[in-house]
Design a protein around this ligand. Structure first.
Ligand code: SF4
Ligand code: SF4
Length: 207
């Protein structure tokens, strides 16, 4: 069987929160969801967007970890921090361009989505993608996603000058090759954004 990948199609998200509930049931972090469900420009829209760990090819979270607590498996899945090593410094939390790792004060350790490695390493789908009713989260083959969706899957991102490639793919319109995120708006008076850029601070607000 062809390799299966994780795909996110933000436009299909209906905000039902089934992914949050399913993630919270995972054995490795029972009771706490590791998936983020963001709202997009909540003032003007009811659109929501799920965010999992993108499993970067060269994960900055692991690069900045002073304790070498974040490991990537040979199949490209970036694991949550190793309990005996993590010193709870939160370097990974502030460095991740997708805002994924969470510092959990009650255990003084970083936790994040590990693509349900206990399941995906034995051929099962991640909990969130298994329950998502609209197909916004999908774990399937490249052939299947290309056959059944109008958009195309991409895994290339540009944050300012930093280029990031991810194991997780996002569905975008056909003409897009890479998502450019050039500016997070922090100034009180917004500067005009380049046409292919997004103001992440305005777009995303966690549910
Ligand atoms: S998305 Fe963030 S937490 Fe996940 S591998 Fe990339 S840098 Fe690390
Ligand atoms: S919080 Fe833990 S995993 Fe994250 S950078 Fe610090 S030591 Fe490493």
């Amino acid at each position: 069987m062809s390799e299966r990948f994780f795909f996110i199609d933000y436009s299909r998200c209906i905000g039902c929160q089934a992914c949050l509930q399913a993630c919270a049931e995972c054995d490795t972090h029972r009771g706490t969801s590791m998936i983020h469900l963001e709202t997009i420009q909540r003032r003007d829209s009811v659109q929501t967007a799920p965010q999992v760990c993108m499993h970067c090819e060269d994960p900055i979270c692991a690069r900045v970890c002073p304790a070498d607590a974040i490991k990537k498996t040979p199949d490209g899945v970036v694991q949550s921090s190793l309990k005996p090593r993590c010193i709870g410094c939160s370097n990974c939390v502030v460095s991740c361009p997708f805002g994924v790792p969470k510092y959990m004060a009650e255990i003084d350790q970083m936790m994040k989505c590990d693509m349900c490695y206990d399941r995906t390493s034995v051929g099962k789908g991640p909990m969130c993608a298994t329950v998502c009713p609209s197909g916004a989260l999908k774990y399937t083959t490249m052939e299947e996603i290309q056959r059944t969706r109008r958009g195309i899957p991409i895994s290339a991102w540009k944050f300012g000058n930093e280029e990031v490639t991810t194991k997780v793919h996002v569905m975008v319109p056909r003409e897009v090759e890479r998502v450019n995120i050039d500016l997070v708006q922090i100034a009180p008076t917004p500067a005009p954004l380049p046409e292919d850029s997004y103001d992440v601070a305005l777009m995303l607000e966690e549910v």
